[in-house]
Design a protein around this ligand. Structure first.
Ligand code: KG4
Ligand code: ZN
Length: 336
């Protein structure tokens, strides 16, 4: 069974083909990111207009790369949410049109669950249950996965997502957008012990809070005027990045490990854009080894938004008879 996946929840437009052996046959991705950069964040209208223009061509590329014709496809999977409403509607409308015209089964896929599935593409599926951390620009959530259709929320951020905190701190420091990759790079030259930041406590032990640490960075910078011009100040920026990054990543690692211990789960999957961070991977690897937990990360190309994870998750659903009909609607704010 070959599934065509479509992902258009934010700035990316992506289409991919995954086959019956859980192998990614193609994954075409285009992004409107460069048009948003000057605004310091995603502008929904720019995103969905570009998606409307490109979705058919991107799907064509995915089929061509996979070496299959549209007639060889056995089902369509599409992101139904959470995400930007206009962007989701572009992908869903395209998928519905294809499903209707080719009489193909359709599966609406939860974006966060597909970020979890990304950890298991191109390999055998794990033994369940799995604890999963989805950590991206819009979400920071811990899930208990009995299997891929029985997923329940264990904890989530009470305010900013971790990726959002990286993006906002990069903006405060004048480092550009998106913040994650540039903070990771800048932090490599910094000393994480020089300036100590910490994440706020939460009432529930498996929830997260990152808005306080972002404000702490802002206050720190405001108290150090003129930090951007001299060489010494460049070192200060690197030290701020290192201190901030270490605090955020430690919180993600320690809460995820604590949730595994509390629920007696020995498999941990980490997906989403922030999972591309090398230090996060190292910190998780060292703690997981200490705790005897098996760790799953997606390859970096499947950390950011992509349709391969949607096609993979769609394959899992459709092969178990979980299809949607043409009333499938976008769920922009759905959580968990
Ligand atoms: O999953 P994703 O592509 O989109 C959402 O669904 O949000 O994640 C994008 C987020 C951005 O906030 C970006 O700053 C963050 O992932 N990110 C990183 C890194 N690469 C991307 N955060 C920390 N370190 C990175 N290397
Ligand atoms: Zn995402």
């Amino acid at each position: 069974m070959k599934i065509l996946g479509i992902e258009s929840s934010c700035d990316e437009t992506s289409a991919a083909v995954v086959d019956g052996k859980n192998r990614v046959r193609s994954n075409a991705v285009t992004s409107s990111l460069r048009y948003h950069k000057r605004y310091g964040g995603i502008i929904p209208e720019i995103a969905f207009r570009m998606q409307l223009e490109t979705v058919a061509a991107v799907a064509g590329c995915a089929l061509e790369e996979a070496g299959v014709a549209v007639g060889d496809i056995d089902g369509i999977a599409v992101t139904k949410g959470p995400g930007l409403l206009g962007s989701l509607l572009v992908g869903i409308s395209f998928a519905k049109a294809l499903s209707l015209s080719r009489r193909l089964p359709l599966a609406g896929v939860n974006h966060l669950y597909s970020h979890i599935y990304a950890c298991f593409l191109n390999k055998p599926l794990p033994r369940m249950p799995v604890m999963a951390l989805v950590v991206s620009g819009g979400h920071t959530s811990l899930f208990h996965c009995k299997d891929f259709s029985h997923i329940s929320l264990v904890g989530s951020t009470r305010d900013d997502a971790a990726g959002e905190a990286f993006d906002k701190v990069a903006k405060i420091l004048g480092l550009g957008y998106p913040g994650g990759p540039v903070i990771e790079k800048t932090a490599r030259k910094g000393d994480p012990r020089r300036i100590s930041f910490s994440c706020s406590n939460t009432k529930h032990p498996f929830d997260f809070s990152f808005s306080g640490i972002k404000t702490a960075v802002l206050y720190y910078v405001q108290k150090n005027p003129g930090w951007s011009s001299t060489r010494k100040d460049r070192q200060l920026i690197a030290d701020i990045c290192a201190g901030f990054q270490h605090a955020v990543l430690s919180c993600l690692v320690e809460k995820s490990i604590a949730a595994c211990r509390a629920k007696k789960i020995y498999s941990l999957a980490v997906g989403g854009g922030v999972a591309a961070n090398s230090l996060l991977r190292e910190m998780f690897a060292s703690r997981a080894t200490e705790e005897g937990i098996e760790l799953y990360f997606p390859p970096r190309e499947f950390c950011m938004d992509n349709a391969a994870m949607v096609a993979g998750m769609g394959h899992w659903l459709l092969s178990r008879g979980c299809a949607d009909d043409l009333t499938l609607d976008a769920a922009p704010t759905e959580r968990g």
